[in-house]
Design a protein around this ligand. Structure first.
Ligand SMILES: [Cu+2]
Length: 103
């Protein structure tokens, strides 16, 4: 039992050390990255760099979310905890799309 707990805490430790942070802007009605490859456990910050509202959402199985609408200068974050391909969109501007690959 003690070995099990020790092993688990080691896994949790290496997981938190390897997790990275990424930032994707929303500028001129486009995501600043058209595609992004990250690792399981990484965080992506979506930041609105335009003077009007943007939204961020995904209907993908690997990560389903809706961050709502937010104004210039604000950012919202998502932790990607499952491997897969995620299509990220803006509900306000249907042409805004990007792809995140979680490995
Ligand atoms: Cu938008």
């Amino acid at each position: 039992m003690r070995q099990l707990i020790l092993g688990f805490s080691l896994v949790a430790f290496s997981y938190s050390v390897s997790a990275a942070e990424h930032t994707v802007g929303q500028k001129n009605k486009e995501f600043t990255e058209s595609s992004l490859t990250i690792k399981v456990g990484d965080t992506v910050h979506f930041r609105n760099d335009d003077s009007f509202f943007h939204n961020v959402f995904s209907l993908s199985d690997a990560k389903f979310f809706d961050l709502g609408s937010f104004p210039q200068g604000e950012s919202k974050s998502v932790v990607f905890d499952q491997a897969g391909e995620i299509e990220v969109e803006c509900a306000i501007h249907p042409t805004m799309k990007m792809k995140i690959t979680v490995e």
